[in-house]
Design a protein around this ligand. Structure first.
Ligand code: SF4
Ligand SMILES: [Zn+2]
Length: 292
């Protein structure tokens, strides 16, 4: 078998990303785009490919990066290091926000009160990403979701009968509240395997370790299951995505958000999930004398 030529591989990958950006109108001329940067291969690729498009095309937009430190000891620090290095290497404006500083608690302190760590992690991270992006005047928040992530999320929502989440599928979200920064997914059509190959072929500085809480998640189990299925029946993942593209047309305008009575951020309920969880965790920690 002929060895892969990194240059050709990169060009093909970039072509696919550009196609999604164009077809779905992910970025408009003059947009301020922030990449949600974890230091993992997906978000690092998103940063590099957007930076290349920004520098090489006459399509004008601003690029910056936002990283969240959830407070996962022995894991997150290495990811943040990669995030900082990549942003620095490209000269991209980098912003780091920590759960400890913003909420007074870390994810490590919160996990024992939930079935899986991913529940508070997802709520706190989404909240801080959106709030930081909005405070910085960002127009679009680019996440590193690849084709595999999208299919996993899709099946997770099925498994939980969570119809509201279906509105979050697709490479571009609409603005459903003035303070809600729309998310875009430039890697929407890129399989995870190709993202991994990009990182290896280009010897990228990416954080490859798995989160110590990942084993608890439904996503991780679905990921293994889908990988087995794909091995047995190649093309299964793409078929699931096609099914979704053809059949799922949720009216995104039906989702109405108001503002949280405590923090003023967009929320479906009178108190947002992040405020509700913070209060719950702090009460538990106080009760157990563990609030430092
Ligand atoms: S695996 Fe779960 S806990 Fe770990 S970073 Fe991802 S969402 Fe957070
Ligand atoms: Zn709130």
């Amino acid at each position: 078998m002929k060895p892969l030529d990194p240059e050709n591989f990169n060009q093909e990958l970039e072509k696919k990303v550009k196609k999604v950006i164009k077809e779905y109108g992910l970025i408009d001329e003059g947009d301020k785009v922030a990449v949600a940067l974890s230091g993992g291969k997906d978000s690092v690729l998103t940063l590099h490919v957007l930076d290349k498009i920004q520098r090489e095309s006459d399509f004008d937009f601003e690029l910056l990066a936002i990283a969240i430190d959830e407070g996962i000891e022995g894991y997150r620090e290495d990811g943040l290091e990669s995030a900082r290095n990549n942003a620095h290497q490209l000269g991209v404006d980098y912003h780091e926000v920590s759960l400890k500083k913003e909420f007074g608690i870390t994810l490590d302190q919160s996990v024992s009160y939930y079935q899986t760590a991913c529940v508070p992690c997802g709520v706190f991270r989404r909240y801080l990403l959106n709030k930081t992006a909005h405070d910085l005047g960002v127009d679009k928040l680019a996440t590193g979701h690849n084709l595999d992530d999208e299919i996993q999320s899709f099946l997770m929502s099925f498994a939980r009968a969570d119809v509201r989440r279906f509105a979050k599928f697709g490479p571009r979200q609409q603005r459903i509240h003035p303070k809600m920064v729309p998310r875009i997914k430039p890697l929407w059509c890129i399989p995870e395997k190709e993202v991994g190959m990009w990182a290896v072929l280009n010897e990228m500085d990416v954080h490859l370790a798995e989160c110590p809480y990942a084993y608890q998640s439904l996503r991780s189990r679905l990921k293994n299951y889908l990988n087995h299925l794909e091995e047995d029946r190649p093309g299964t993942k793409m078929k699931i995505l096609e099914f979704f593209q053809k059949n799922l047309k949720i009216n995104k305008k039906e989702i109405k958000l108001s503002e949280c009575e405590i923090c003023g951020e967009p929320s479906a309920a009178s108190i947002c999930k992040a405020c509700e969880m913070q209060e719950f965790v702090k009460n538990q920690l106080e009760w157990n004398n563990e609030l430092k």
